[in-house]
Design a protein. Structure first.
Length: 507
């Protein structure tokens, strides 16, 4: 029996099931299907316009319970959501009338019961074996708190519940409240440990089980930042573990990412808590983040396909990682991902002191693009036995290391390199002498480049708000760029090109 021999009622049902992925192609197959599809076209167009690229640029942005309510009203909604931004919209002032409109469904027992039925039927909640009544009680508590405070921004149970209903989503920006969770931490709230942790575990592991019907987040490819750069904000890497192991995740962009396993990390340590499964991530960009070598090694140990890694170091609350060891950090990256990385950026947003400096990138055998701050080189190499910072050390009888002992930068780089960018500041002494760091790194650069770097077509030195090093740089066959921005921490190109930009907290 051919498809077209079915009665119109069944053909209409077939077209309904094709929404949204195959609806247009199927309805244009022939005149008969086109005619039967006409009543569904307005529905399809309306849902696609509202949800397919929902960036949340409305006052209700960040209200996960509201999205769940719309899903309960129209079950087709989740199949249209491809991009979802749950960040609250700080630039919209909610008037009382609008707030009352948004709050209306929360005060409606029938509406809340509709949401309850949809949420509690999730196969993930059943697989996690959590108490459904307890789960719904937590959502109701959050809802009542929202009503009292007239603040409808998402809170944990509503957020996690929404994550269970996103089968087609490709790009997700979590709300800043996600950073308040302590998933996998020994400091985790007991309620979160009892309810949220097993549900998040199920969300990650169950789709790999044969016959499991849930496919939420199965097509997710990209995670975007959920907090603005801030000294006092720690977006723990542990809270992203479940997303890192999703089957189709490819790119992770985040800010304030914090993971310190040693030297005072304590409550912000990172470890893999789920059964081993290699992540398929290819790009990781961590701006204004705070990690130590041990943590980055753990992260990359399960990301064998990573090709792009970019990291900007930033001190966090209580001076966490104020003294940072760039040499050990890059060494950890090289040990895990050195043979595969194509692009690498290591820059510094803030740092009290650099313990050891990087002097060798040869472990990155396929590296094509490298961007660094000169700061990560301006410290004693590990092999000297010296260390700067609070726990400084100089071996007995050794002369204190100075940057004029550095070799030419070209000798540190792999022959595969095609593009090089160095961000630096440069002071010329009162007697006209050059900055010893830049002088050492550029010494004989042209001749060493010719011998060692056959593929290097771009060598750019970007100077902070000055061009007094232009002559020195250009004399070695390199390009010079004067960075005119006000903030040093935004000078690296990769930071300014960070996916969808970095949203800074409002003053």
């Amino acid at each position: 029996m051919s498809l077209l021999s079915l009665p119109p009622e069944l053909l209409c049902e077939v077209l309904n099931w094709s929404l949204p992925e195959s609806f247009e192609s199927l309805s244009l197959t022939c005149r008969k299907l086109y005619k039967i599809a006409q009543p569904l076209v307005p529905i399809h167009n309306s849902l696609r316009k509202r949800w397919q690229h929902d960036t949340g640029l409305t006052p209700r942005r960040g209200d996960s319970l509201r999205v769940l309510y719309e899903i309960a009203l129209e079950p087709l909604v989740p199949r249209y959501i491809k991009r979802l931004n749950l960040q609250e919209n700080d630039y919209v002032r909610w008037d009382i009338e609008y707030q009352d409109t948004e709050a209306a469904f929360r005060s409606d027992s029938d509406a809340m019961e509709l949401i309850r039925k949809v949420v509690c039927e999730s196969p993930y909640l059943k697989a996690a074996d959590v108490d459904l009544e307890s789960w719904w009680e937590e959502i109701e508590k959050e809802s009542q708190s929202n009503l009292k405070d007239r603040n409808f921004h998402s809170v944990p149970f509503a957020i996690v519940s929404l994550l269970l209903f996103l089968p087609r989503i490709r790009e997700l920006q979590l709300p800043r409240q996600w950073a308040e969770l302590r998933l996998g931490s020994r400091f985790q709230d007991e309620t979160e440990k009892r309810l949220i942790q097993p549900v998040m575990n199920a969300l990650t592991t169950c789709p790999r089980t044969s016959g499991f019907e849930g496919k939420s987040l199965h097509e997710l490819e990209r995670i975007l930042p959920h907090s603005s750069p801030d000294y006092e904000r720690r977006a723990e890497l542990q809270n992203l573990e479940h997303f890192l192991l999703l089957p189709n995740i490819r790119e992770v962009f985040t800010t304030n990412c914090t993971a310190v396993n040693r030297h005072g990390g304590g409550a912000v340590s990172f470890d893999w808590t789920l059964p081993y499964h290699a992540s398929r991530i290819r790009r990781i960009e961590l701006a204004y983040s705070c990690m130590d070598p041990h943590s980055v090694s753990l992260l990359l140990s399960r990301v064998p396909s990573v090709e792009v890694f970019k990291y900007g170091h930033d001190i966090k609350w209580h001076g966490l990682q104020g003294d940072w060891n760039a040499a050990r950090f890059v060494e950890a990256i090289a040990q895990c991902s050195g043979p595969r990385l194509l692009e690498l950026a290591i820059t510094v947003h803030s740092c009290l002191d650099m313990e050891n400096g990087v002097t060798d990138f040869h472990a990155f055998k396929q590296l094509q693009k490298l961007e660094i701050d000169a700061t990560i080189i301006n410290a004693p190499p590990v092999w000297t036995g010296q260390r700067r910072g609070h726990d400084w050390h100089v071996p007995e009888g050794a002369a204190r290391w100075t940057c004029d002992r550095l070799p030419c930068l070209a000798t540190m780089l792999p022959p595969s390199l095609e593009e090089l960018e160095i961000n630096f500041d440069h002071d010329i002494g009162h007697d006209g002498t050059e900055d010893p760091l830049v002088d050492a790194l550029t010494r004989d650069f042209a001749s060493e480049r010719e011998k060692r770097l056959p593929n290097l077509r771009k060598a750019l030195w970007r100077q902070y708000r000055s061009d007094n090093a232009r002559k020195l740089v250009e004399s070695q066959g390199c390009s010079h760029e004067k960075f005119k921005g006000l903030a040093w921490d935004t000078m690296p190109r990769w930071v300014r090109e960070f996916s969808f930009g970095i949203k800074f907290a409002r003053d």
